[in-house]
Write a protein that binds this ligand. Structure first.
Ligand code: 5GP
Length: 216
């Protein structure tokens, strides 16, 4: 449903960004402020939980064997290897929430974004980035949950991912959190106004007006 109450299926939204760009924080805040509009998909991963992370909240934490079983059973919409670990999007929840009219947000990296776009071409692709590279490094090191090597691997991966930013539809800079959240929300809401996404409404109003044009 859009703001005017017109029935519309939810939009599939991919939200990507370099590790350390603050995309998790942006998503949490978006859900706190505008949670009625969105469903945030929870991924499965073989990465170990960070301190404070809970199974079923940030991720479904799986062993490599369990994850490979999920692949085999076709339970994932997409999956990718990222810095030595598997990450994937469970299928069932995404479909269910889109059908319920919610915009479903997948917070995934670029290989996953590409697979999703290939399968569902009307996916909206958003990329969140820090104001500059130094800020990214500071945020990653300041997290304190990752070793020096892991930070270096994530920075190297960020350089690779930067090569793919042009494949996205919109870029959002995460400098001030609340502004960034507003920009993300506004971008997704605007997407609902696209003519191509309102064919049902357009068909209906044309039919209604046709009756009037005949003097009814
Ligand atoms: P982190 O280990 O920092 O939580 O996540 C590492 C990267 O994996 C991030 O860029 C995150 O967006 C991405 N990611 C998380 N879940 C998925 C998923 O289900 N599929 C894909 N392709 N990437 C994911």
């Amino acid at each position: 449903m859009d703001v005017k109450g017109r029935q519309q299926k939810g939009i599939l939204v991919v939200f990507s960004g370099f590790s350390g760009s603050g995309k998790g924080t942006v998503m949490n805040r978006l859900m706190e402020r505008y949670g009625a509009y969105y469903a945030l998909s929870i991924s499965a991963t073989t990465r170990k939980p960070r301190e404070g992370e809970q199974d079923g909240r940030e991720y479904f934490f799986k062993t490599k064997e369990e994850f490979e079983k999920m692949i085999e059973n076709q339970e994932l919409v997409e999956y990718a290897l990222y810095v030595g670990n598997y990450y994937g999007t469970p299928k069932a929840y995404v479909q269910e929430q889109l059908d319920a009219g919610k915009d479903v947000i997948l917070e995934i990296e670029i290989q996953g974004a590409r697979s999703i776009k290939a399968m569902f071409p009307d996916t909206l692709l958003l990329f969140v980035a820090p104001p500059d590279a130094d800020t990214l490094k500071k945020r990653l090191s300041g997290r304190g949950t990752e070793s020096k090597e892991a930070v270096a691997a994530r920075l190297a991966r960020a350089y690779e991912e930067a090569q793919g930013v042009e494949e996205y539809d919109y870029l959002v800079i995460n400098d001030a959190l609340e502004e960034c959240v507003d920009a993300v929300h506004a971008t997704i809401r605007n997407e609902h106004a696209k003519v191509s996404r309102n064919q049902a409404y357009i068909g209906k109003i044309k039919e209604e007006l046709k009756r009037f044009s005949k003097g009814e």
